[in-house]
Design a protein around this ligand. Structure first.
Ligand code: ZN
Length: 333
């Protein structure tokens, strides 16, 4: 796959290709947008384009021996077939490094590893490319150490920070990156992405439930995920014990909560025609029957607030009890 084949992010892709064509590559980028909309995919293809033997910055250090010249358009995009592109796809290119949080945190050790990697010139590519996924997971000492790298970027290097929560990153880090915004996909684009995995009615439901974030449909079965959420919601309303088994569960639960509360608000405002979980209409109507719209909006905002705090490693059972009591207070009648 190449940059041009990334579905549903035409603005971001046009900006990145334009930068390659004009030889205006920044030393650091911040890819912002909700989870599951193609940020990491784009970052990988950008790395390929920057180092592709058949495209990109042809002026510099091109190792022509292997070039197959299949990309005749000269638009700077990745060719997808040269050894550089295939090595990046396989994660074995010596000038390509992907960093992800471990146990939800990117620690200073990983930043040291990045510094180390950046201290060498590119081995075989034109540019070293480092991708830091879920960059908001950098703890404070990691972010401080990383700032030095951003302030004095080594030549021939590109660092791409990926985040769904740019607000959590320190201003000092954010302000040194070129920001590229990604947006939820249209239903048509979602359908294109999901068509390889679902068909017929399942495809239609997957498109609706993905809410413009088809990447989340790839990692979880959306209906199962939602039903899991509803089970826990019912448990909370009955004052049941902490049912989350991990930190991951907390994230999953709050991701779903936002969707369900949008539906509860939609039911109040426009009735069933605007809700996403149409098959849950009866349950949701019952749940919100004697609840005021303002209460639902307040609850939605409170849940958003708690979700925003999850990066600070909130205690699981305290969060469960707190959230459950908020819900019981708001929704009980
Ligand atoms: Zn290539």
């Amino acid at each position: 796959m190449s940059l041009k084949k990334v579905i549903g992010q035409p603005k971001a892709i046009a900006m990145l290709l334009g930068m390659i064509q004009r030889h205006r590559i920044a030393s650091s980028y911040l890819f912002c947008g909700e989870p599951g909309i193609g940020k990491k995919l784009t970052a990988i293809h950008f790395a390929k384009a920057l180092n592709c033997l058949n495209a990109g910055d042809r002026a510099q250090g091109r190792k022509d021996a292997e070039a197959t010249n299949e990309n005749e358009s000269g638009d700077g995009d990745a060719c997808d077939v040269c050894t550089s592109c295939t090595k990046i796809d396989a994660g074995i290119h010596p000038d390509f490094l992907m960093v992800e949080p471990e146990d939800r945190i990117i620690k200073i050790d990983e930043i040291r590893m990045i510094e180390e990697a950046l201290s060498y010139k590119p081995f075989e590519g034109r540019r070293k490319v480092i991708i830091i996924d879920e960059a908001e997971s950098m703890n404070i000492s990691a972010a401080n150490a990383f700032l030095k790298t951003l302030e004095e970027p080594p030549a021939d290097s590109v660092v791409i920070l990926i985040t769904a929560r740019p607000g959590v990153l320190p201003d000092t880090v954010r302000s040194r990156c070129s920001r590229i915004n990604f947006y939820p996909l249209s239903d048509d684009s979602c359908r294109q992405v999901l068509a390889g995995r679902y068909a017929g009615g399942d495809l239609a439901l997957a498109v609706t439930l993905s809410m413009g974030r088809p990447g989340s449909a790839h990692t979880n079965d959306l209906r199962e995920e939602r039903d899991w959420f509803i089970d826990h919601l019912k448990n909370m309303l009955k004052a049941g014990k902490d049912g989350w088994t991990s930190r991951e569960d907390m994230d999953r639960w709050f991701d779903q909560a936002v969707i369900i509360f949008r539906d509860l608000a939609a039911l109040k405002i426009t009735g069933a025609s605007q809700i996403i979980n149409i098959d849950l209409q009866d349950y949701l109507s019952e749940l919100s029957k004697s609840v005021d719209l303002n209460v639902i909006i307040d609850l939605y905002q409170e849940l958003n607030l708690v979700q925003g705090q999850l990066v600070y490693n909130l205690n699981k059972s305290i969060t469960w009890n707190y959230t459950a009591s908020l819900l019981r207070k708001g929704l009980s009648h």
